[in-house]
Design a protein around this ligand. Sequence first.
Ligand code: UFG
Length: 344
Amino acid sequence: MAKCVLVSGGAGFIGSHVTVELIEAGYDVVVADNMSNCDMTCFEGVQKIIGRKLPFEKVDFCDAVATDKLFSDYKIDAVIHFAAFKAVGESVEKPVRYYKNNLGSFLNVLEAASAHGCHNVLFSSSATVYGEPDKVPVTEETPRKPATSPYGATKQMCEDILNDVVKATAGTEGEIRGILLRYFNPIGAHPSALIGELPRGVPNNLVPFITQTAIGKRACLSIFGDDYPTPDGTCQRDYIDIVDLAQAHVYAVRRMLDGKMEKGCEVYNIGTGRPVSVLELVNAFEKVNGLKLNYKFAPRRAGDVTAIWADPSLANKVLGWTAKRSVEDTLASAWAWEKHIAGK
Ligand code: UFG
């Protein structure tokens, strides 16, 4: 019988792509989401891609009773926890909201998983835990830096919570094994253009801002800072294709479910290992899609790190996963998705 994976926050950007990859790899999936930051577009897109209906549960993971019920209603073998708020700037303005939601929901998931014999928990962490690194690329051993936002703090705290729970439950009936995936910058959309990123309001992230500018929803892209100590003066990041990133979850879940883990809690960087500057990304977008983007240079954005990219060799070696898609193909997919939602 196929193993069942619960995807919390499964109607969102990353969760919907992960759902597709899990189904294609032969897993059963239960998608649960409170729909606080998305609509049904991506969940419907997922069903179109896989050609069938999927179980969907509207659950707020901050509700402990509802979370527990989900684990009684389904026999869940592994849970991938995405359900969280993710806007860095908003987290600075509304820290209580972020701590309550992002920590509360994860604690409920851990409690219910442990109580119902679901031993495998994968947490969606972020490169944000490294802060401004002293050395790039960063490995999993690179020390974490103090968080620069409540959002980043919740990622660090959830990492610590999972580590503590793994230690405390080792050898017990409610044993939890954990995998932390630290994502770099996920971009792009599914090649079908049926699912992708759907930011509410003005996008914070670079690629949705680029595609919205190209389609005419925004007048002009501001490139934040041209005087960083990088080759072209703009910040460098590790942009990873969303489908590549989603596939990393399949490798990680398989490792857990096949009993291959060597430690109770394992951590992997999920990135390409390639630094790309903001300007290089803009140029690549223009070139691959054959268009000109209206952009200007603007002052630095508070809180941005100069340069960060992954050393993904641990995930390459241990999980057997590697990012495959070029940044050009990914930017073409992001543009196809923007045109799809604009009905063009
Ligand atoms: N940028 C612009 N103009 C924009 C938006 C972004 O120039 O309109 C620049 C930023 O200054 C930065 C780069 O594009 O140099 C990437 O910015 P994003 O907002 O797309 O991504 P970040 O690297 O800031 O943030 C991402 C995730 C966060 C995570 C963070 C740190 O979105 O969730 O990485 O790991 F916390």
